[in-house]
Ligand binder design. Structure first.
Ligand code: ATP
Ligand code: MG
Length: 304
């Protein structure tokens, strides 16, 4: 008799994850409730992972854990295991993790402190004693990727919110990390800026093999490009899987304080009105276009 083993979900001890968080709980000093409770999560190479949750879900705490700020700089009561590139995060020397995981903070302004844009992007590599020509190459590359090469000589304080956001990400990219973690990067951007940034991040994941983790409270605009969605609520990881698996229904999302994708609401309405089948359900624009086009074609076919 053949025994069929269930496929390992989200990897396991033998998988090739870059970051592996195992049954981690964390409580900030003087707080009664833990900010994270028994969270397990792996980050794999080249994946785009959306970390979705409402207010105080624990997104920022988890982001800070992914690059070792917790527990190396931010202290608290910690249980469980945080493995980054094969080693416990607590075993890295100060600043050591930034070569592997770059973090763009929820408030990008707080991480900008030099006189010019190019100095800001050069700052990280300079601290690694990298030769000046190599630093120059990295700075130009990171500024080009983020589409802010023209702002090179400007003062960071003179930039718009969206430009600051791009600069913060460029400063992380110049370290050539394997993983970039972005804590709510879309809030300051207008719709066009959000679309552009999402596209850049998607390209970094697909073309450069960089893992990208985006924490957000809404997922409308990038639901169709992320490989995996992890849902957080009250410090727990509720689910993690493909977008359609993780995002079961708009009502479920609402109970976690997450605003459902608008097109998902439309899709659910159309299913309840028997206009489309469950199989045709959609979460984002691309699939919605396909489904609506097929409906229109069918309608035209009926008229003839
Ligand atoms: N520095 C801190 N000291 C004490 N408690 C904190 C600290 N930072 C976060 N917390 C608490 O930890 C819990 C999780 O907060 P966290 O900021 O990680 O959530 P979040 O999902 O990022 O929320 P938001 O949507 O507000 O950004 C909350 O209850 C919060 O009050
Ligand atoms: Mg936060």
């Amino acid at each position: 008799m053949t025994v069929v083993r269930p496929r390992q979900k989200n990897g396991g001890p033998h998988s090739m994850s870059i970051i592996s968080i195992r049954q981690v709980s964390f409580r900030y000093p003087k707080q009664d409730a833990p900010a994270l409770s028994n969270v397990s999560l792996d980050i794999f190479p080249g994946e785009l992972l959306a970390l979705i949750g409402g207010d105080r879900a624990g997104k920022t705490t988890l982001c800070h854990m992914l690059n070792g700020l917790i527990p190396n700089l931010i202290r608290g009561e910690l249980a469980g295991e945080i493995i980054i590139d094969g080693k416990p995060s607590s075993s890295y020397p100060q600043g050591g993790i930034s070569r592997i995981v770059g973090l763009s903070l929820q408030d990008p302004e707080s991480q900008l402190f030099t006189a010019t844009v190019e100095e800001e992007v050069a700052f990280g590599p300079e601290n690694l004693s990298i030769p000046p020509e190599e630093i120059d190459r990295r700075v130009t590359w990171a500024l080009e990727v983020m589409g802010i090469e023209n702002l090179r000589k400007k003062s960071p304080s003179a930039l718009s919110g969206g430009q600051k956001q791009r600069l913060a990400i460029a400063s992380v990219l110049s370290m050539l990390p394997k993983v970039i973690v972005l804590d709510e990067p879309l809030g300051m951007l207008d719709p066009r800026g959000r679309r552009d940034l999402i596209e850049i991040l998607s390209r970094l994941a697909k073309e450069k093999g960089i893992s990208v983790v985006i924490s957000e409270s809404r997922i409308d605009e990038f639901i169709e490009i992320c490989d995996r969605v992890a849902i957080m609520h009250n410090g727990s990881l509720i689910s993690s899987g493909s977008p359609s698996d993780a995002i079961a229904s708009s009502d479920t999302l609402k109970t976690y304080g997450i605003e459902p994708p608008r097109l998902q609401i439309l899709s659910e309405l159309m299913i309840s009105e028997n206009l489309i089948s469950q199989k045709q359900s959609f979460l984002g624009e691309r699939r919605a276009n396909e489904v609506l086009k097929s409906l229109i074609d069918r309608e035209k076919g009926g008229v003839v």
